[in-house]
Design a protein around this ligand. Sequence first.
Ligand code: HSE
Length: 410
Amino acid sequence: MISIAILGNGVVGSGVAELIEKNINSIKNKLNKGIKISKILVKNKDKHRNSNNYRIITDKPEDILKEDVDIVVECMGGLNPAYEYIKMSLKQKKHVVTANKDLIAKHGLELLSLAKENNVKLYFEASVGGGIPILRPLKNCLIGNNVTSIKAILNGTTNFILTKMSKENLSFDKALKLAQELGFAEADPTSDIKGYDSARKLNILSNIAYNRNLDWETFKVEGIDKLDEFDILKSNRLGGTVKFIGISNIINDKIHASVRPVIVSKDSILGKVENEFNSIVIEGDSVGELAFYGKGAGKLPTASAVYADIMNVLINKKEDQLLFNKEPANLQKSFTDKKDWIVRIKVDNKDRHKIISKLSEKFNKVYIDTDDLLPKDEVFATIYSVYEKDLEENLRIFTDINNVKTLMIL
Ligand code: HSE
């Protein structure tokens, strides 16, 4: 009998239990062995009184560790105590499957080696892109490529919010509330909105893609919280749409990685991704551009990826454990190509002309938007074909940086 312990009984944990129960007979046929969920660990047992699995629910971590468990499935999220539990499980030679992007982005290097040392597997397909199979394809199917870039929508909550804001005119707060009700958002949605969740996922993807050790805390990360209806309006006027994009690329062994709202064409692959869907566009030097698309958050899509990892542990025993390279990446802070930018500068009316002439002095091609619907207390400009580094340097003359907002047109 194969024994599985699940840490967490929230959206993802309960989804995994549901999938295992649904497939119990097919697993038996495939493996010639039965499978059972032996225990489910929660913080407070009383809160799960109505769960169908109440009899196997425990709030004592030692119950999990003393059981004869083959695979520990971690769906609690967050760094602690998940880190300690996973470490203990690996040391006790139990396989681990996790959906935890925070943990893999931060401790992946250490935990993956620990799994290898103990001759067990640590799989984490669900940590990026929810139900989209992306890590295994990246590692296995693209082995004949040097990956040169990744552009991706990696957060279901924020893509859901942006879709509802631009298509249904919903306010930011209403759209966020809806995403929380649907179970997409993190317990504290700050990491969704500020981009930390996307940055962690981009970190994991980029570690694998470029075989370097990256640390998302060194990426340029800008949230969607400063976007307003004028950014949305302007992007619509340009035939585009605002998307929250994680970008990384490698040029001459220098890696740029950032997460930020950008304007993309409505007709582009990423421009068409709506609601809680994610998409990851990868460019390889042999294959060219590839796009992966699917539900990036939610109970069963995420459980689908966790379940596949469990099956991989059981069926594909000879698969090599993926390791992260400890060689640090050579990080390049600003974006590498020349781009067009929307620049908004808050002004006193008396300074408007001075600021416009300064912009024209500093940049070769500037268009000042005078649309009546745009705010009157701002200079709203499009600046063409400039490197990010030069844009930032030249905008520094507008001393109070809080009064300047930029939006890349990708
Ligand atoms: N909060 C995350 C999202 C959950 O919205 O994408 C899936 O990682």
